[in-house]
Design a protein around this ligand. Structure first.
Ligand code: GDP
Length: 304
């Protein structure tokens, strides 16, 4: 991901090498190239506009520093702006002070939530936590089984509804809100310190799904709501993210399928438009293909 954006930006900055001082025309030409590179990487138009305006303003206003030549100075500005868009500092999971830390996953169907649930569970377990996975995706016929398979791979137990159960205590089938509540209760009783709640998605944003996700959020009051987004979806990413942010007010973003040939624009757009930090990156189908997201490292990789 970002390879083409990275190549384009590097080439742009190369043109500035050897220049003693940048004229306004130099800055404008550079900003124009940055704009084209971002648009070609699928970054949303308003995000590109804001980003380039900031880079231009800072580049024109920058003091000529003895330590940096003009090209290095622009690279530094672009780097800082990229880090800012991606969430600034590396953002770690906020753990609950008492009782289990509740992490809810939200996103479209196919975004990679269930896969992520397993990755996150395994990662947290390796850090000494004792997670419980809760299967609240009762929409897709195989979702519960899929979470059970993922849980097995991660070596983490799964709380799932019992088909045909009627009372809330018996893991009620068919009611994701009740399952979420019962799952959190189970974690409390069995002393799990983290609960990861997988929820249902649809192929597109849908009022009923959003209402359900929002109801689950109100019922379990999670410490983190992670919005999982497929980095491959390009320009649609912004509308989807805004809809989910309105619906569930997520606290962090997980970019999935970063191993694909996505151009990376979705990542920058979603973080910028919602102002929420990117927290994790999912980079494959395996349970270990997962990493904490470091905005500074990603920015450096783009500008490498
Ligand atoms: P959900 O509907 O949001 O729960 O999505 P799933 O977790 O079922 O993932 C949908 C598909 O994407 C599955 O075939 C996963 O194996 C695949 N998938 C999930 N995450 C990744 C990833 O990071 N990289 C790749 N290449 N595939 C992924």
């Amino acid at each position: 991901m970002f390879n083409s954006l990275s190549d384009r930006l590097t080439a742009t900055f190369k043109n500035l090498r050897g220049k003693g001082r940048l004229t306004e025309a130099d800055v404008d030409a550079t900003v124009r190239e940055i704009r084209r590179a971002l648009l070609d990487a699928d970054v949303a138009v308003p995000v590109v506009r804001e980003f380039t305006a900031r880079v231009r303003e800072r580049a024109l206003g920058a003091e000529v520093s003895g330590a940096l030549n003009p090209s290095q100075q622009i690279v530094k500005i672009v780097n800082e702006e990229l880090v800012e868009i991606l969430g600034g500092e590396t953002r770690r999971i906020r753990l609950a002070k008492t009782g289990p830390t509740i992490i809810m996953l939200a996103g479209l169907q196919g975004a990679g939530k269930t896969t992520l649930a397993g990755k996150l569970a395994k990662w947290l377990k390796a850090q000494g936590h004792s997670p419980l996975l809760v299967a609240c995706d009762l929409q897709r016929p195989n979702a519960v089984t899929q979470l059970q398979v993922v849980g097995q791979r991660a070596g983490v137990p799964v709380f799932a509804p019992h088909p045909g159960a009627t009372s809330e205590l018996e893991h009620p089938a068919g009611d994701p809100v009740a399952v979420a509540r019962a799952g959190v209760e189970e974690a409390r009783q069995k002393l799990h310190d983290v609960v990861i709640v997988d929820t249902a998605g649809r192929l597109g944003v849908d009022a009923e799904m959003m209402e359900q996700a929002s109801e689950i959020r109100r019922a379990i009051v999670p410490n983190e709501v992670l919005f999982v987004i497929d980095a491959m979806i390009g320009q649609d990413a912004v509308n989807t993210a805004v809809a989910f942010d309105e619906g569930v007010n997520f606290t962090g973003i997980v970019l999935s399928k970063l191993d694909g040939d996505a151009r990376g624009g979705a990542a920058l757009s979603v973080a910028s438009v919602t102002g929420k930090p990117v927290m994790f990156a999912s980079t494959g189908e395996g349970v270990d293909d997962f990493e904490l997201f470091h905005p500074d490292r990603m920015a450096s990789r783009i500008l490498d």
